[in-house]
Design a protein around this ligand. Structure first.
Ligand SMILES: Cc1cc2nc3c(=O)[nH]c(=O)nc-3n(C[C@H](O)[C@H](O)[C@H](O)COP(=O)(O)OP(=O)(O)OC[C@H]3O[C@@H](n4cnc5c(N)ncnc54)[C@H](O)[C@@H]3O)c2cc1C
Length: 600
């Protein structure tokens, strides 16, 4: 007879085999504080007083004592006869009132096929390599998370205190976001032995080949975590964080007896127990802002976004090449991201397209240093970017003409005296607003105990510990901290990068019972890219100085090269950029010579 044990979930009955039950029971059971160990031991025993069969399950309490817990068994073979009910089963991802229903065959420990649906599958517990060393779990491998992990690696630790570090990210690659624009900006000349290529039935000239090679390759600005961490002791798990269940605020951590300071459940069902948690999940573009924006506008926040935009532009470039129809791109927002995108896309399209940038404010980059703003304005004007300032986008709709998709933007003036406008475009890029991803985690039935501000960022104290949670640090776009003047620090890589240094240090201090340091942000200045050989850089240490054009571009690239995550990667990328710039110089000399020889 098939072995069946049933866990009654709130809404439906799910059948699980003993093997999956093994895992589903790996957490606290009953209200007596006893939990089951994973994998648990169970055996069939006979109750001496009644003579009935029982399943004895080996349970361990939070204080380390253990005992067998007896579950009665049905003496008949009738499936699903209720034999034990009413105790509270606490699963880490939700509170369940579970009722166990078993048949005789359970005791024979027969093997069955788990039949819980994926989302209800019980978690597997992550096995840390060492029993005693502190367990640090870092969520998010961006500027905050990855650099914290590397900082922890670089510090000197007493042997027994050296933490085991686990980095979790949903993506396979770390992304150096400030350089995502370079994926779009072509220009590196790649000599080819042929003068034309045939692509999808169309013939493209050498000029086409020149424009399709990007200024940077994906691997340079988005290296794989596995490669970056290969020479470190940091473990990496690629998975999506689903649920947080901290318990350090309950005061059960920090004592020698505590098991963990909380758990993190990942999408795959992996459950991580930790002693220290670092929250660095970053943020993404907030798209759901006006009717049609979520459906029709493209964000520009991840590597996938950049690659998707690149591919859309290629499609439009092909259409332009074969049919001659000009390409129209509308960019919503003229903060740093909007202006950098506008400059990059306009440079790429040249006279094949029209770029419009729309901003509700009456100026571009209102918070930027004046030198950066003026440099950007000069470049946008020289590339004929149309600025529609003082407008907000009311809606985006899609229309289709005979052979292409078009979008209609309805613009409403922010001030009186201006006319509403309707724009037709091939592509809408959205750069306004962002949403911290910490607040996007799946809600638990109990409210998440973290103090989040209205934007969904965790509020921290000066040492970057989440308020009320001595074992959780938060940094980067996931966190909210005010500077000494009371201003919330901006969600920038510069802030996250500096906070990672402090988070690493403060974890060291906390684990070694030393005083923690208050974080102080040092504004080093602001940089923006404006195309393949243009940028604006305003360093904070020389008042009023702005490096523009190729000098600004080189200064920005060197600054970012220095900030790449590891020495190995820095060297590889440095060599690659040197090679590309050598090829580019040779190509431009070759072009000049050709022009002189041909007299053009
Ligand atoms: C296009 C662009 C250009 C920018 N340019 C600049 C600039 O020039 N200068 C500057 O200072 N700042 C710039 N920024 C801002 C800067 O990149 C961010 O402020 C910075 O990356 C924040 O670091 P972080 O560690 O908080 O988050 P991120 O670097 O975004 O890292 C978060 C990580 O968490 C992972 N993650 C998110 N949710 C989950 C989940 N549920 N499960 C698992 N993993 C998850 C993500 O995959 C990501 O790897 C730019 C941002 C963008 C998008």
């Amino acid at each position: 007879m098939a072995a069946v044990a049933t866990v009654l979930l709130p809404s439906a009955m799910h059948r699980v085999s003993p093997s999956s039950l093994t895992r589903s029971l790996a957490f606290s059971i009953g209200d007596d504080g006893f939990r089951l160990r994973s994998p648990f031991n169970s055996r069939r025993v006979r109750d001496s007083s009644s003579g009935n069969s029982r399943i004895a399950v080996h349970c361990v309490s939070n204080t380390g004592t253990s005992r067998d817990k007896l579950f009665p068994l049905a003496s008949t073979s009738t499936p699903c006869r209720t034999i034990h009910s009413g105790f509270k089963q606490s699963f880490p991802w939700r509170e369940l009132s579970a009722r166990f229903v078993a048949t005789e065959a359970v005791a024979n420990d027969a093997v069955g096929v788990p039949s819980l649906p994926q989302e209800e599958m019980p978690p597997r517990v992550y096995t840390w390599p060492y029993k005693k060393n502190p367990r640090v779990c870092i969520l998010g491998g961006g500027f905050g998370g990855l650099y914290t992990a590397l900082r922890l690696e670089s510090l000197a630790w007493p042997d027994d205190k050296k933490p085991q570090v686990l980095l979790v990210d949903q993506a396979e690659r770390f992304v150096f976001k400030p350089m995502l624009y370079e994926i779009l900006s072509g220009g590196t000349y790649m000599p080819k032995p042929i003068e034309c290529i045939i692509d999808m039935g169309n013939i493209y000239s050498k000029r086409w080949i020149q424009t399709i090679s990007a200024e940077v390759d994906s691997w340079e600005i988005a290296p794989r975590f596995a490669d970056l961490l290969s020479n470190t002791a940091v473990q990496f798990v690629q998975d999506r964080v689903k649920v947080l269940q901290p318990c350090d605020h309950l005061g059960i951590n920090g004592s020698a007896k505590s098991d963990s300071a909380g758990t993190v459940l990942l999408q795959s069902g992996l459950l991580i127990e930790y002693d220290w948690l670092v929250l660095a999940l970053g943020s993404e573009t907030k798209l759901d802002v006006v009717p049609g924006s979520a459906e029709y506008a493209l964000p520009f926040s991840t590597l996938e976004d950049a690659l998707k935009l690149d591919s859309k532009l290629r499609q439009l470039e092909r259409r332009n090449f074969s049919k001659g129809s000009p390409i129209s791109v509308c960019i919503v927002g003229c903060g740093y991201a909007g202006v950098e995108l506008a400059a990059t896309v306009a440079e790429r399209l040249q006279d094949r397209g029209v770029v419009r940038a729309i901003n509700v404010e009456s100026m571009i980059c209102p918070t930027a240093p004046p030198g950066n703003r003026e440099a950007a304005l000069k470049v946008l004007t020289s590339r004929k970017v149309e600025l529609l300032l003082g407008y907000f986008v009311r809606s985006i709709q899609k229309t289709s003409d005979s052979d292409s998709e078009k979008y209609i933007l309805e613009l409403q003036p922010a001030e009186r005296g201006m006319q509403s406008q309707i724009l037709e475009t091939d592509l809408v890029l959205w750069t306004v607003g962002s949403k911290p991803l910490l607040s996007e985690l799946e809600p638990r039935e109990q409210p998440l105990e973290l103090p989040l501000n209205a934007r969904g960022q965790a509020e921290t104290d000066e040492t970057l510990r989440v308020k009320g949670h001595p074992r959780i640090f938060a940094l980067g776009d996931s966190s909210s901290l005010r500077d000494l003047k009371g201003k919330i620090l901006p969600p920038t890589a510069q802030v996250a990068f500096q906070q990672a240094d402090f988070t690493g240090w403060n974890l060291w201090a906390a684990i070694n019972d030393r005083p923690l340091l208050p974080f102080r942000f040092q504004n080093l200045g602001e940089m923006m890219t404006l195309g393949q050989s243009d940028a604006a850089v305003s360093p904070s240490f020389i008042d009023g100085l702005t490096l523009e054009g190729p000098i600004g571009h080189t200064a920005r690239k060197i600054a970012y090269l220095i900030r790449l995550p590891t020495d190995e990667h820095r060297v590889k990328v440095g060599l690659s950029w040197l090679t590309k710039s050598a090829i580019q110089s040779i190509a431009s000399v070759q072009d000049t010579l050709t022009k002189i020889v041909s007299g053009s």
